[in-house]
Design a binder for this molecule. Structure first.
Ligand code: NPG
Length: 369
């Protein structure tokens, strides 16, 4: 396929409620969308970078600049590109995986729409519905946390993930465990907020029957995760640390992680995400699909990914109304704690271009050959 142009759309979308993690409090989503125009049709990709470089080194303005200055010129040097070739074309650029993923996904969407194949079919989905969990931010009070969790349980979410940080861990976990009862699926995510000095403290979490503890230490610190995994019964799960298939295999073989959160944006795209899934499946390491507060555009692809056989734990693939009053596509609606995998060609969803224009926070930028 020949790429004629890339459009960069930057939007500001309010969240239905603030989302607080150990590193930031967000009240809206600063979204970068990439639309590719090719000789076989158009495709969309959503960049999962956040407004600021606090979750990872990437951030929205940086991603837009990398796409503008490096990735789109690289695509324009060839008359025949494919989603499968994108990683190779982008390989001179170090890192910037979220930017690369957004462009690769847009290419894949255009390519699969033209071929009449859905993301799910292409990735190897084995189900048409996926189990959904919900990620619950840090709350001002335990009572507010319990009210929020109760609401999600009533809606049917199959698993609760609590954001934790030093000073907000044992007490909220104990309270939510009591609310859910012993059988309720519960896990925690620290987003790197702890250090190796906290291992004894984190061991106290063992009594709460958690599915996993996610990314307690900084992304480069595989060694402390190994030490924790040896000291704690709760499975250790890595998110930020896992940026390629090789890193995933290394972390598994060294005993740093026994569960992996797969986010396509964090690893450079859905093709690499599928490769990590395959490596984990081969090693019987369960995986689940992470989320980055995506609109329906990114969510459609995540839900298709989560339909692969190794995704045996509910993902952070929540319904549209958990994030936004209105979504950029037809809304994803929870039914029996599950979301349906879109069946149409490409992402299978239709982008509401009038909303993309209405919610623009900057003029659309057209990058041409
Ligand atoms: O449901 O999409 C969602 C949010 C899931 O908690 C979630 N994402 O660290 O996994 C994470 C986290 C995150 C949120 C990361 C915001 C960065 C910013």
């Amino acid at each position: 396929m020949r790429v004629e142009a890339l459009e960069l759309h930057r939007l500001a979308i309010p969240l239905v409620r603030p989302f607080e993690t150990s590193f930031a409090r967000q009240t809206g989503r600063d979204v970068l969308l990439v639309k590719v125009r090719t000789d076989v049709g158009e495709g969309w990709g959503e960049c999962v970078a956040m407004a600021d470089p606090y979750y990872s080194s990437e951030y929205v303005s940086g991603a837009a600049d990398v796409i503008r200055s490096y990735l789109s010129p690289a695509l324009f040097t060839s008359d025949d590109v494919s989603a499968e070739a994108a990683a190779g074309i982008f390989s001179p650029v170090v890192g910037h995986r979220m930017a690369k993923a957004a462009v690769e996904t847009a290419l894949l969407d255009a390519q699969l729409r033209a071929a009449g194949t859905s993301f799910g079919e292409y990735f190897g989905a084995v189900t048409d519905r996926v189990d959904c969990g919900v990620s619950v931010g840090i709350s001002p009070t335990i009572d507010e946390l319990l009210a929020e969790v109760s609401g999600y349980v009533a809606q049917g979410y199959k698993r609760i993930k609590l954001k934790i940080k030093p000073g907000w861990d044992l007490e909220p976990v104990a309270a939510v465990r009591e609310l859910l009862g012993p059988e309720g699926l519960l896990q925690v995510d620290a987003n790197t907020a702890y250090t190796i000095a906290d291992i004894d403290h984190l061991r106290v979490l063992d009594q709460y029957g958690l599915l996993l503890i996610e990314q307690p230490f900084v992304e480069e610190d595989i060694r402390s995760h190994i030490a924790l995994a040896r000291a704690i019964e709760t499975p250790v799960c890595l998110d930020e640390s896992i940026v390629t298939t090789e890193v995933a295999i290394d972390a598994i073989e060294r005993g740093a992680t026994s569960v992996i959160n797969i986010k396509a944006g964090r690893v450079g795209g859905y093709l690499e995400a599928v490769s990590i899934h395959d490596a984990c499946l081969e090693r019987t390491v369960p995986v689940w699909c992470g989320g980055m507060l995506e609109t329906g555009i990114g969510r459609a692809a995540n839900v298709a990914l989560a339909a692969l056989p190794g995704f045996t734990l509910p993902g952070d693939t929540s319904a549209s109304d958990r994030y936004f009053a209105e979504d950029l596509t037809e809304p994803f609606v929870l039914e029996g704690g599950q979301l349906a995998v879109p069946a149409g060609p490409g992402s299978g969803v239709t982008v509401r271009e009038e909303l993309v224009a209405d919610w623009a926070s900057a003029p659309m930028e057209m990058l041409r050959r």
